[in-house]
Design a protein around this ligand. Structure first.
Ligand code: FAD
Length: 409
């Protein structure tokens, strides 16, 4: 073994880099081990290359949500923002509380983090995949790429299984499990959803703003959200649809898209509008009924699902009864859920290491003192909008500081 470090960190993502900087600023000698050949690959890809770093709105977390709140009680959003500012990252706010670096460049966030790592002399090792960690004689022994390192504290910041091409792996769970930590089942969160082919036929590429409801077998609503849905060749994507993924139970489920509530105050208004359209387009083929209200292909799909025969008859052949069927589909356009696109296409992992086995003020294990975990490896996942990076940063700061005060720049 080479040397004994104050802190060894497994994972050079958002959380690991943050923890390394925070610890080094407290005077620790820090070793940062990253399995791939670059630090922060998810940071660089985040927010479509713009990096949605934080969110100023109400906290929106799942999994052990109370633990997430406790983390932000110990490390407030202001502190996260101050930490970013101490690296030179200035944030600005967009709609729905989404905060981005003012550069709107994810790579500039990564550059700032790398500069800070260099400045506070964190020892970074790339292509260093940690395969085993043990504890004995008051220190941790870390095996990685044929080498062994010793450390007084060990932080597992290895992220989750989402997006393996950007470093996603289950190895963080395995390492924590080897110390006796419990891992809750993992599943993709923020992920495109697969649906039946019929209801999406011809719609790939269309974006629509609507309310989205996840329905269980009995027809009860399990979860609802609203925003933009993007139809794909295999189902639906876009922020709003991706946010549904973590709520899928694996049972027989449907997604209902409500195109009407955004536009019409109630059914009566929609009915009057459709009756008017029937008159306006009376001599045109019935499929034109929705022109100007929905994208034509989507209007066509709604009418098809409503069971309207579209064989070139003029719109004034549409009966009042058929108008009622169209109204129903405008509020309940139904897609049969067939799963998600899996971890390959997921941005975040739901499930993971049981947070209640860690102390939120320091992210230290309640099972083994000196062992810590932070970021996505824990059983916390946030909504889209900056919540996941914000949790990775806040928990990383707490783990790095370990109850001490960051000395700043
Ligand atoms: C395409 C995409 C876009 C996203 N956009 C946003 C966004 O705009 N806003 C937002 O809030 N969130 C976003 N997220 C989610 C966010 O990036 C993650 O939640 C966050 O990066 C988690 O940070 P982390 O440090 O815990 O894990 P990661 O960033 O995954 O870092 C973990 C690191 O550990 C390394 N590692 C794993 N195992 C080992 C091992 N055994 N040895 C050594 N190294 C190891 C991995 O290679 C990886 O670099 C996005 C995710 C993706 C995939």
């Amino acid at each position: 073994m080479n040397d004994v470090w104050d802190l060894a960190i497994v994972g050079g993502g958002a959380s690991g880099m943050t923890a390394a900087i925070a610890a080094a600023r407290c005077g620790d000698r820090v070793l940062l081990l990253e399995k791939s050949n670059a630090l922060g690959r998810k940071v660089a890809a985040s927010g479509n290359g713009r990096c949605n770093l934080m969110n100023s709105g109400p906290l929106q977390y799942y999994g052990e949500e109370v633990f997430a709140r406790q983390v932000f009680e110990k490390c407030s959003r202001n502190r996260v923002e101050e930490f970013c500012s101490s690296l030179g990252i200035r944030c600005c706010e967009e709609n729905e509380g989404r905060m981005y670096p003012c550069s709107y460049q994810a790579v500039s966030v990564l550059d700032a983090m790398k500069n800070a790592l260099r400045q506070c002399h964190v020892h970074v090792r790339l292509q260093a995949a940690v395969t085993e960690c043990t504890f004995g004689n008051s220190f941790f022994q870390i095996s990685c790429s044929g080498e062994k390192y010793g450390a007084r504290r060990l932080l597992i910041a290895a992220g989750g299984a989402a997006s393996p091409k950007l470093g996603g792996t289950e190895s963080g769970y395995n390492l924590l499990q080897s110390f006796g930590h419990r891992i809750l089942p993992i599943r993709p969160s923020l992920c495109p959803i697969l649906t039946d082919k019929k209801s999406i036929s011809g719609l790939a590429g269309i974006r629509v703003r609507c309310n989205v409801h996840l329905m269980d077998e009995k027809g009860d609503r399990e979860h609802s959200t609203s925003g933009e849905v993007l139809f794909t060749e295999t189902g639906i994507s876009g922020i709003c649809a991706m946010q549904m993924a973590r709520h899928l139970t694996g049972g027989v489920e449907k997604i209902e898209l409500d195109f009407a509530s955004r536009v019409f105050t109630d059914e009566h208004e929609l009915r009057r509008d459709l009756q008017r359209r029937r008159h306006i387009f009376r001599s045109m083929p019935a499929e034109n009924l929705m022109t100007g209200m929905l994208v034509p292909k989507l209007g066509f799909a709604v009418m098809k699902q409503a069971g309207i025969p579209l064989k070139g008859e003029p719109a004034d052949c549409i009966t009042d009864k058929q108008i009622e069927l169209i109204i129903r589909r405008m509020y309940h356009y139904t897609l049969q859920v067939q799963g998600t696109k899996g971890f390959d296409e997921a941005q975040v992992t739901a499930g993971g290491a049981l947070c209640s086995e860690f102390e939120p003020a320091t992210m230290e294990s309640l099972i083994l003192s000196g062992l810590h975990a932070s970021g996505e490896v824990l059983n916390v996942d946030g909504e889209c909008g900056g919540y996941n990076l914000m949790f990775a940063l806040a928990s990383g700061i707490l783990a790095g500081e370990n109850g001490r005060k960051d000395t700043g720049i």
